[in-house]
Design a protein around this ligand. Structure first.
Ligand SMILES: *[C@@H]1O[C@H](CO)[C@@H](O)[C@H](O)[C@H]1NC(C)=O
Ligand SMILES: *[C@@H]1O[C@H](CO)[C@@H](O)[C@H](O)[C@H]1NC(C)=O
Ligand SMILES: *[C@@H]1O[C@H](CO)[C@@H](O)[C@H](O)[C@H]1NC(C)=O
Length: 273
């Protein structure tokens, strides 16, 4: 049993079960597959996580699980979408990086984010990671949209992959024609940038959703006192009606799941074969 709340500025609302299925579950199923080996993603033979999403055609897949976490771009005939998916990283590593005071907030790369104000700042490590695949993601999405005729893009990921996905979503929004609808639903999102970054995401993506599971500590870092701010659209899976997650009583297992419908993330939890 769980309850899922959608945190809006002033109040909480329940997601109905059908909304969870259409809006959140399918992105979660895609985000889970990014933990499977790329060799099994290219022809969609990763076992149960791939079998849960029939009909997928992969255009590009890559990454080295080091400086470049696994990623892929595919077409989803059921939703008539091009899907961009980024793998996350070990949550203990991520927490140690994000609690390190030695990082800095940097301007968005003006080549990839031409319309961002110069007061929009993001975590340098997230931007570095996103930048390593940005050109491949952009060119593959453009050619995939052209070859399929689809007009929808879904960008998703979990953990570090959620941070990279949110940067990709903004990059794609600035680069693609207005008749392409871009949607981003991410899981276990750390704070990516400052208040101007959060406002930028809010203004470009009224339906942006980031799902936080119970007492997962990752969405609480980097901390607000270092000027990191989440965009709106947090959906909080919780067994109780609390909207506050204190770092001290958080549970790193909650970062991996299960979220809903038994979906968990991570190289051992995802069920890849
Ligand atoms: C998957 O693709 C690789 C090459 O990309 C190929 O060697 C392999 O046989 C394929 N596997 C299946 C099950 O189709
Ligand atoms: C900005 O992005 C472009 C395109 O990916 C890249 O060539 C350039 O090196 C990036 N600039 C910085 C400062 O990282
Ligand atoms: C930011 O942009 C404004 C308006 O274009 C400009 O006046 C200001 O000098 C810029 N600041 C930086 C740090 O580049």
């Amino acid at each position: 049993m769980f309850a899922l709340f959608f945190a809006l500025p002033a109040f909480f609302t329940f997601f109905s079960p059908s909304t969870i299925t259409t809006d959140l579950l399918r992105p979660a199923l895609f985000a889970r597959t990014a933990y499977c080996p790329t060799s099994t993603i290219v022809n969609w033979t990763c076992g149960a996580p791939c079998n849960a999403l029939p009909g997928i055609q992969v255009f590009t897949a890559g990454g080295n699980q080091g400086t470049i976490p696994f990623f892929y771009v595919a077409s989803d005939p059921q939703s008539q979408s091009i899907v961009v998916v980024h793998e996350g990283t070990d949550p203990a590593d991520l927490l140690s990086v994000l609690n390190d005071i030695e990082f800095s907030q940097v301007n968005l790369n003006s080549t990839l984010f031409p319309n961002a104000g110069n007061d929009t700042l993001v975590h340098d490590g997230f931007q570095d990671t996103q930048g390593r695949t940005a050109d491949t993601i952009l060119s593959t999405v453009q050619s995939a949209l052209a070859s399929t005729g689809y007009k929808n893009v879904l960008v998703t990921g979990h953990s570090l992959g959620a941070a990279v996905a949110s940067l990709d979503a903004v990059m794609l929004k600035m680069a693609l024609p207005n008749d392409v609808a871009i949607n981003s639903v991410v899981f276990g999102l750390p704070r990516v940038g400052n208040a101007q970054w959060a406002s930028l995401v809010d203004s470009l993506f009224p339906s942006f959703a980031h799902v936080t599971n119970q007492k997962d500590p990752v969405p609480t870092v980097p901390p607000q006192f270092l000027s990191f701010v989440h965009p709106a659209g947090e959906a909080h899976i919780t067994t109780h009606c609390s909207d506050s997650t204190e770092l001290l009583d958080s549970d790193i297992q909650n970062h991996l799941g299960p979220y809903f419908d038994g979906v968990s993330f991570g190289s051992s939890a995802s069920g890849c074969s």
